[in-house]
Design a protein around this ligand. Structure first.
Ligand SMILES: Nc1ncnc2c1ncn2[C@@H]1O[C@H](COP(=O)(O)OP(=O)(O)OP(=O)(O)O)[C@@H](O)[C@H]1O
Ligand SMILES: [Mg+2]
Length: 338
């Protein structure tokens, strides 16, 4: 398999590691396709590397002889590794038109329609990868969308050989909506494991903090590593940006002062003691991952996080998305200063 090239920290880097996650794609390709039929992958930690992995998966599935459709409405990106020329052309034209009209939700439905056409035309091996579409189509419609994909697989217009269907999201909220349904099955993805993260860190030019420090600050989140590189490792700047982006206002922090103080020391406090309203707020703001499954590699895409690592903000049931997210809350708490 060719390792794809990715833009990272202003340069081209080769896709690193994620061996278990790629092995999972191989299993789907070798077996009868994905089972459960639609794989919903969620990776809050935002920026943990879902898109990079899925783009590498496109390459891998192509090697296995799949016709692959990939869309990412938020990044305005679509790929069609498809053997039928007219389907590919029509797909790319429709996507272009939808993107020009800023009709991002439409992009997801175009992918659905093309999957339908591909089943009819090829009756072969088909992969549909829908990356970051839930945000574009809205929470309620996301559940409908996953159900439509499922129906397509279970009641196809023609018999087909194999189908791989993956939908990825970083939004805890959309996941909840989808998770309410019997047919939805989701698997989480965590930040990069330490050794893989080091391989990425090594590709960043000099003028960087020692690796252990980069690991401790980012918890292995590649997007955070890239952001830090962009601001010349000015951690304060990233933390201030997060405080603003996550709307950690004086009122919010003051309201939840007692609970947040506990949660920054041990996120599992949120599991056992915190009001549901606060938990919902933290999920909505993409600050925490709530309800972490058992650290069994079967239940995760790629390597699971450690059982518990309070230095990185990881509890048994709840984790801060990265140590920087926790730091933003900590800093906001300090500014309330009571
Ligand atoms: N395995 C990897 N090898 C090389 N670069 C990677 C790898 N994983 C992630 N990156 C890089 O790290 C950055 C963040 O990753 P990516 O965009 O894939 O995360 P994401 O989980 O899709 O983020 P979001 O939640 O915003 O959708 C990107 O620049 C990406 O190219
Ligand atoms: Mg992404």
């Amino acid at each position: 398999m060719r390792r794809i090239k990715l833009k990272f920290a202003g340069r081209e880097v080769e896709f690193v590691d994620r061996d278990l996650a790629l092995r999972l794609v191989e299993e789907w390709a070798e077996r009868g396709g994905t089972y459960p039929p639609v794989q919903v992958i969620y990776g809050p930690p935002e920026g943990c590397g879902k898109t990079a992995w899925l783009l590498q998966a496109v390459e891998l599935l192509k090697d296995y002889g799949f016709n692959v459709i990939y869309i990412n409405p938020i990044n305005r990106l679509a790929l069609a590794e498809v053997s039928t020329d007219n389907i590919r052309e029509e797909f790319l034209n429709l996507i272009k038109e939808a993107i020009n009209q800023n009709a991002l939700a439409k992009v997801a439905w175009i992918a659905y329609n093309v999957a339908y056409d591909l089943i009819k035309a090829t009756r072969g091996k088909i992969a549909v990868i829908v990356d970051d579409a839930f945000q574009a189509i809205g929470i309620k419609e996301s559940a409908l969308y996953v159900k439509a994909l499922l129906n397509l697989i279970e009641y196809p217009p023609e018999h087909y050989e194999k189908i791989v269907t993956v939908a990825a999201t970083s939004e805890g909220v959309s996941l909840r909506e989808i998770g309410r349904h019997r047919w939805a099955w989701s698997t989480p993805m965590w930040n990069m494991p330490k050794d893989s993260f080091e391989q990425l860190y090594d590709q960043i030019p000099s003028n960087k903090p020692p690796f252990e420090e980069a690991w401790r600050i980012t918890g292995g989140n590649p997007a955070m590593l890239e952001s830090l590189h962009r601001v010349n490792w000015n951690v304060d700047k990233i933390v201030s940006m997060l405080i603003k982006e996550k709307d950690l206002s004086y009122g919010f922090v003051k309201k939840w002062l007692i609970h947040l103080r506990e949660a920054i020391n041990d996120p599992d406090y949120l599991w056992f003691n915190a009001p549901e309203e606060l938990v919902n707020e933290l999920i909505e703001r993409n600050l925490i991952l709530y309800f972490l499954p058992k650290r069994d590699p079967e239940q995760w895409v790629d390597q699971p996080p450690p059982e518990k690592d309070l230095e990185l903000g990881i509890g048994k049931y709840v984790a801060w998305q990265t140590p920087l997210h926790r730091e933003a809350v900590k800093r906001a708490l300090e500014s309330v200063g009571e």
